[in-house]
Design a protein around this ligand. Structure first.
Ligand SMILES: Nc1ncnc2c1ncn2[C@@H]1O[C@H](COP(=O)(O)OP(=O)(O)O)[C@@H](O)[C@H]1O
Ligand SMILES: [Mg+2]
Length: 645
């Protein structure tokens, strides 16, 4: 068959040769050479061409088009258009790139994003037809010509330089044009002063966050992904960039990973990535590493360490009660003790002393903060007095012992109460506490447990100064790697959230008064599921309400929260609902993806399909200022990350 073919072609060529007669064959003319076509023949061809409408030219409106829209099918979806393109144009329309579709028939123009493809399809044959399959496996000699098929999600209709929600679809055979980098940046709204990374598949397209805009970071962020997906790297890079942008950044570092953010990275992969992208190597110059007094820190380099303790009086008694997981009877006795303490503090002229303090005392919201000057050791002392009185009553009924002082179970050891045992006793007697010594003993066990943690009112270390934490550009890392207790972590987190929020509230008011821009604050909480899991907030509604309140006020007062977790499925919908920005690294578990898809909204199906196959360091990024979620290659971090064990 091949031979016959060759003969036919050669014969045709021979026929075209004007100098020889039509009957010549290849056999006759071994030294055949092609000649020129006579001018009459050429004119004849031209005349025919003229008759049928002259030489083919594309429509001027199609000039520069790289693809055309296709017809819809029964499986077509709203806002999603199939476009077809030549094989040569496939490289000009990568995944995620933006295009303009000009629907000439109805004079509308749309902007869309390539959300699937372009896929190669053989011309005139089905890709899975036996002939295509066979020729493919035999090698590419007989490979048919092919074209591309891509799916474009419509972002909006262009009208007077504005993007409106699309009401129609582009008509079939509408030309599709690529957008320039500038047009793409503008359409996607990915500008800002803090780089996150490059858009995957589109060169030179930087995705950034505007660090100063009040409608982005203060609307709170979730950074999700399986271990190894790139969360810590993203956080570390974000910390260095927030620092550079002058944002005060507080990091709740449960694993002690960020404690050496003032040192350059030693990871060869990071260094290579930074060099390739020509990124600055700025580490955190203003770093403070806080750790609880008596607990180790993961930082091995000397300096920058700030031991601290918590003040019991800073923490809402309702939050304490939840964190201690008190039972109902224990809780009643806990509040009886707490409230009686207030009376004792006033009697002993510890607090309130001045009229200002008296006003302050009346205004305290105990769902938010604790009562000034109350300490855990005072609580233990007074609960001990309550218990001793019950024991005395019991004993006096039985044996009428004379020396009641001998029967005190817990000695007074709070220095400010020494010598005032009578005041404690009389106040306790007046308080008409509930009976049942066993419940008092159980409460005391809980209080002792907390006291033994030595996180409260430790004389060896100062309490936190929240104003220090909101200093512009400062990075304060709270190394909780050695607490060994989620309860302690929760106490610390709860205290920091409340204290920073109050400090920021004051700083914001001051800025407004002085007519200057308020200084922004971001709090990053690593392993956020440990703090805010579904189960935990059911047990701790007060703690959650506190977080929700801070999140709400933060929007107004420029305080952004970042929750980073490998288990976003454990975050309740109420917490997910607080987040308007998302950085989603690889997640392989389809149940987790389903859960997020239902809870987050705003992501199209194509995006979720990408999540399981993201490479380390890649993420789907959707921030409040952006037009749509984008797959991003997150920048490597210039700062050192400590390995967590
Ligand atoms: N943005 C990135 N650029 C280059 N490599 C990255 C990036 N993010 C992550 N990686 C690679 O993936 C590994 C795991 O990342 P990591 O940030 O520790 O993930 P996670 O905190 O989610 O467990 C890193 O050690 C690094 O090798
Ligand atoms: Mg990590």
């Amino acid at each position: 068959m091949a031979g016959g073919n060759k003969e036919r072609t050669t014969k045709k060529e021979a026929d075209m040769e004007t100098e020889t007669s039509g009957s010549s064959t290849l056999a006759d003319k071994k030294d055949w050479k092609p000649g020129t076509v006579s001018s009459e023949t050429m004119e004849g061809i031209d005349a025919v061409a003229e008759e049928v409408g002259a030489e083919y030219t594309s429509l001027p409106e199609h000039e520069g088009a790289i693809a055309f829209t296709h017809f819809d099918t029964p499986s077509s979806e709203d806002h999603r258009i199939t476009v077809l393109l030549t094989k040569e144009n496939m490289a000009s329309m990568p995944l995620q790139s933006l295009v303009r579709i000009k629907s000439l028939e109805d004079s509308r123009s749309y902007i869309g994003s390539v959300t699937a493809g372009p896929f190669a399809e053989p011309d005139g044959l089905r890709a899975d037809s036996p002939i295509v399959v066979t020729t493919t496996v035999k090698g590419k000699i007989f490979l048919p010509r092919y074209h591309g098929r891509a799916y474009v999600s419509i972002l909006g209709e262009e009208s007077n330089n504005q993007m409106l929600p699309p009401r129609f679809r582009p008509r079939p055979n509408s030309p599709v044009f690529p957008l320039t980098t500038e047009e793409t940046m503008k359409a996607l709204k990915i500008g800002g002063d803090i780089r996150i990374g490059n858009m995957v598949g589109v060169d030179n397209l930087v995705v950034s966050i505007p660090s100063k805009r009040k409608d982005v970071l203060p609307r709170h962020t979730g950074i999700f992904g399986t271990t190894g997906g790139g969360k810590s790297t993203t956080n570390s890079g974000l910390i260095s960039k927030l620092h550079r942008a002058g944002v005060a950044t507080i990091v709740i570092d449960v694993e002690g990973e960020y404690v050496e953010s003032d040192q350059p990275t030693a990871d060869p992969q990071m260094k290579e990535g930074l060099a390739k992208l020509n990124l600055p190597r700025d580490v955190v110059a203003d770093l403070r590493v806080y750790h609880l007094e008596g607990r180790e820190t993961n930082r091995e380099i000397p300096g920058k360490l700030h031991p601290f303790c918590l003040k019991f009086s800073d923490i809402s008694p309702y939050a304490v009660k939840e964190i201690l997981e008190l039972t109902e009877p224990q809780e009643q006795r806990f509040f009886k003790t707490y409230d009686t303490l207030k009376i004792i503090l006033e009697r002993l002229k510890i607090y309130p002393r001045t009229s200002d303090e008296k006003t302050e005392a009346l205004e305290i919201d105990e769902f938010d903060t604790g009562y000034p000057h109350v300490t855990i050791s005072q609580m233990i002392d007074l609960a001990g007095v309550f218990l001793a009185q019950l024991d005395e009553d019991k004993n006096s009924k039985k044996t009428k012992t004379s020396d009641s002082g001998e029967q005190r179970v817990y000695p007074t050891w709070t220095s400010e109460f020494r010598g005032h045992e009578d005041v404690l006793k009389s106040c306790a007697a007046q308080a008409q506490a509930l009976g049942i010594p066993i419940s008092w003993r159980a409460l005391l066990v809980h209080l002792w447990k907390v006291a033994r943690l030595k996180v409260f009112d430790n004389p060896k270390a100062p309490a936190l100064n929240y104003e220090d934490l909101i200093h512009p550009g400062r990075v304060s890392v709270f190394d909780l790697s050695d607490t060994g207790s989620p309860r302690v972590n929760n106490l610390v987190i709860s205290d920091i959230l409340r204290g920073v929020q109050a400090a920021q509230e004051a700083s914001y008011k001051e800025a407004v008064k002085r007519g200057v821009a308020p200084s922004p604050v971001v709090i990053i909480i690593e392993e956020a599921h440990e703090f805010l899991s579904d189960q935990r907030i059911k047990q701790m509604p007060i703690l959650f309400q506190q977080v929700a309140r801070i999140a709400r006020r933060g929007r107004k007062r420029w305080l952004g929260l970042v929750f980073s977790t490998q288990m976003p499925q454990h975050l309740p919908d109420e917490v997910l609902g607080l987040l308007n920005n998302h950085v989603i690294h690889k997640i392989s578990d389809s149940h987790v993806i389903d859960h997020l898809r239902k809870s987050l909204g705003g992501f199209d199906a194509g995006i979720w399909k990408m999540v399981p196959s993201l490479a380390p360091g890649q993420a789907v990024v959707s921030m409040a200022h952006m037009a749509r979620p984008i797959m991003v290659s997150v920048d490597p971090t210039p700062c050192r990350l400590k390995l967590s064990n």
